[in-house]
Design a protein around this ligand. Structure first.
Ligand code: NAP
Length: 293
């Protein structure tokens, strides 16, 4: 726990629920490790109280805060400026208070790309299959396009959601090819056969459904394929185990969790988060098994 005094700079999280968030642990460990005078606090904020809560954080000179469900979209109308990524994604997860001016960012996609870079995965000119088209997929897909991927194949149970993401990407990154299909075993096999990165952004494989995977037939996982799961609990999902059995390189979701936090941390403090230390502390604490749903 950092020493708290009148110079302590405040950061935090607003959303509902916030009780299961890893962010207070991650940021407070990082502040303490770097011995910088900051503190991170979670606040359970209902939709009705969003506007006045933002005003309160501003009045109390919070340096910034994270935003989680259900406020990632609605908060945008209360901010003074929005970054390009956040505008394209249509959601904000990090706010910086620059002397009373609130600036919104989205670090989810940046955090994901950072996690791939940590594993020496270059995105330029890759063909990528992304399964799922929810909030996380949207951030990731847009960031992958901005990072120079050659082709994105978007697959989802509800295919209309892929079309929405595809049209945003085609508008802003016209060089990329975007293909949309329903998430079926056949379409997945077809997409994976021409891809060098497969990403799962569905909840299949998370703690409450850890025996599930988007893949039934493991033979579609070829040697050149990198397999990545956004799920971080468990950090070794069934999909990643299938991929390892097929000798594919794998990337789990813990890197994205830490990466999105590290990007917010840097925006608030100007410092680099001690990510290796934070990751070790999460694993040591056994936090990943505490969350059962
Ligand atoms: P979301 O907005 O609820 O979207 C979930 C997506 O998964 C939707 O596209 C949904 O399809 C699909 N889906 C749900 N159940 C399915 C099923 N049984 N079969 C096939 N598709 C199914 O969730 P999200 O926020 O994008 O999160 C998705 C995953 O990413 C979660 O596991 C979450 O833990 C993980 N995540 C990780 C991080 C990180 O930092 N590592 C950050 C955010 C999220 P429909 O559109 O048809 O409903």
């Amino acid at each position: 726990m950092p020493d708290i005094n009148s110079n302590t700079r405040l950061t935090g999280l607003i959303g509902t629920p916030v009780s299961q968030s890893y962010s207070p642990f991650i940021h407070n460990i990082a502040f303490t490790t770097l011995k910088i005078n900051y503190l991170y606090l979670p606040f359970d904020v209902s939709e009705e109280k969003l506007e006045e809560s933002i005003q309160a954080l501003k009045t109390l000179h919070f340096r910034g805060f994270n935003v989680t469900m259900p406020h990632k979209q609605t908060i945008m109308k209360y901010l003074d400026e929005i970054s390009k990524e956040a505008e394209l994604i249509g959601a904000v997860n990090t706010v910086v208070n620059e002397h009373g001016k609130l600036i919104g960012y989205n670090t989810d996609g940046l955090g994901y790309v950072w996690s791939l870079q940590q594993e020496n995965v270059d995105l330029k000119d890759r063909t990528i299959t992304l399964a799922g088209a929810g909030g996380a997929a949207r951030s990731v897909a847009i960031q992958l396009a901005l990072e120079g991927a050659k082709k994105l194949i978007l697959l989802n149970r509800t295919v209309e959601k892929c079309h929405v993401i595809a049209s945003i990407i085609r508008n802003y990154v016209p060089d990329i090819e975007v293909v949309v299909n329903k998430l079926t075993p056949d379409k997945l096999m077809e997409a994976v056969s021409e891809s060098t990165l497969l990403i799962n952004s569905t909840p299949l494989g998370m703690y409450s459904q850890k025996d599930k995977s988007i893949i039934d037939d493991v033979t579609i996982l070829h040697n050149d394929l990198i397999v990545s799961d956004l799920i971080y609990n468990p950090h070794q999902t069934k999909l990643l185990m299938q991929a390892e059995d097929r000798h594919c390189k794998t990337v789990n979701g813990l890197g994205m969790l830490i990466g999105q936090a590290a990007a917010a941390f840097e925006l608030w403090t100007g410092e680099t988060m001690p990510v290796a230390h934070v990751k070790n502390r999460i694993l040591e604490n056994g936090m990943l098994n505490e969350i059962k749903k």
